[in-house]
Structure formats: structure tokens, C-alpha cells
Design a protein around this ligand. Structure first.
Ligand code: C5P
Length: 213
């Protein structure tokens, strides 16, 4: 079973996707980490004329070991850098095979990102599109960062999330919208447990329907 979980920054999709993977005993890939790792690899070249080429080279050279330092990868700055390399078509192409191979491993997988249901796994068994309003998303991300002992400027964080949303929405290579056959789940007013229960109910009923029950 392949489960695709898409949604904007800090919508709760990562927590839900990881919870679904645990519940169904499936491997899980946070595809945002791929873009974040590429973004971090070229941060020092952000203002140079070679930025685009450097990002393409970094995407082609990406190794699984670069995805393990999650503290650095999940920083707000890495998220902004990720959205800058994510608008480069050849970067997306270079990361496509990695994601597709992960999704199609025997037994299936859970992947979360922006274009999983539309581009990476248009054939996924279940597609979820997670939404939450911008203020709720900012507050969640702020608490995650504070739990790591980091000081958070909420105004700056809100601005970063909005900036990232805008760049993502205008991404010409995107597909960052809910697939026609995606189930929408708004988590603005839901805690983690309630959101996970709702997501499991969607997966179970979709699979039951497919099986003809
Ligand atoms: O999901 P996360 O916030 O970690 O993603 C960071 C950035 O990486 C996103 O804002 C988006 O620009 C990019 N991304 C993408 N396609 C994906 C996952 C992430 O373009 N499948």
C-alpha cells in the first residue's frame, strides 16, 4: 500500500505521515528532507551566479547519509533554502528516482511532501492533503523549535512560512495542490491524536472501498 501525504509547511503532514507509517508498519520518507539537504549544501552559494548549477549538482550527488542530521535539516533556514532549490526543474528531476524507488519498494511506503499525490505517486492507493491555517502552522512550528531549546521570533517565523507558501504556490515545476482523488484533512482544530485517528479512518475506508467491502 502506498500512502501519499501532501500539504503546506507545518501543516502537520510529517507527524501524520510518520504516525500512519507506524500504524501500518510501512517505511516512511519525508521528502522535504531531500530538498532541505540540497538547499543546505548550496547555502554559501545563494547569491552567486552558479547557484542553479550548484543546486543541480548537489541534487544529483545526494546520498542517504545527508538526511540523518535532522536538527540542522529541520531548521527554518533550511526550509527557506529548500524552497529556493525546489523551483529548479532539474533538481526535482534528480530527486524523482530516489522518491519513486522508495515508494515502489515491496509492501509499499508512506511518503510526505508537496507533490507526492500529483507527480511522484499519482498511482498511490490513498492520498491525503493536509491543511491548517497559517497562524496555527506558525504556532506549531514555533513550539517544535522551542521544544528543542531554540528561541523563536514568531513574527519572523510567520513571515518565513508565508514566504515559503508563496514560493511553493508559484513553483512552475510544482504540482503543489491536492490531487483530484486526494482526501482533504484540515488539522487547524485537531490535536495530533485526533488528526491521526481521522487519517487512519480515511485510509481504512478508502482501502475497504477499493477491496469492494
Ligand atoms: O516539507 P518541508 O517543509 O520539509 O519542505 C521544505 C521545502 O521543500 C518546501 O517548502 C518545498 O519548497 C520543498 N519540497 C518540494 N517537494 C516536496 C517536498 C518539499 O518542493 N515533495
Amino acid at each position: 500500500m502506498i500512502i501519499a501525504v501532501d500539504g503546506p509547511a507545518a501543516s502537520g503532514k510529517g507527524t501524520l505521515a510518520a504516525g500512519l507509517a507506524r500504524h501500518y508498519g510501512l517505511p516512511y520518507l519525508d521528502t522535504g528532507l531531500l530538498y532541505r539537504a540540497v538547499g543546505l549544501a548550496v547555502t554559501s552559494q545563494e547569491d552567486s551566479a552558479e547557484f542553479k548549477q550548484a543546486a543541480i549538482a548537489a541534487a544529483r550527488a545526494l546520498r542517504a547519509e545527508q538526511l540523518t542530521d535532522t536538527a540542522e535539516l529541520t531548521s527554518a533556514g533550511a526550509g527557506v533554502m529548500a524552497s529556493k532549490v525546489a523551483v529548479i526543474g532539474p533538481v526535482r528531476q534528480a530527486l524523482f528516482d530516489y522518491q519513486r524507488d522508495f515508494a515502489t519498494q515491496p509492501g509499499g511506503a508512506v511518503l510526505d511532501g508537496r507533490d507526492i499525490g500529483t507527480k511522484i505517486c499519482p498511482d498511490a492507493d490513498v492520498k491525503l492533503f493536509i491543511q491548517a491555517d497559517s497562524k496555527a502552522r506558525m504556532e506549531r512550528r514555533a513550539r517544535q523549535l522551542e521544544a528543542r531549546g531554540l528561541e523563536v521570533d514568531r513574527y519572523a517565523l510567520y513571515h518565513q512560512i508565508e514566504e515559503r507558501d508563496a514560493r511553493d504556490m508559484l513553483n512552475p515545476h510544482g504540482g503543489f495542490y491536492a490531487a483530484d482523488d486526494a482526501h482533504l484533512l484540515d488539522t487547524t482544530l485537531l490535536g495530533i491524536e485526533a488528526a491521526l485517528r481521522a487519517a487512519i479512518a480515511i485510509v481504512d475506508s478508502t482501502m475497504a472501498l477499493k477491496a469492494g467491502h
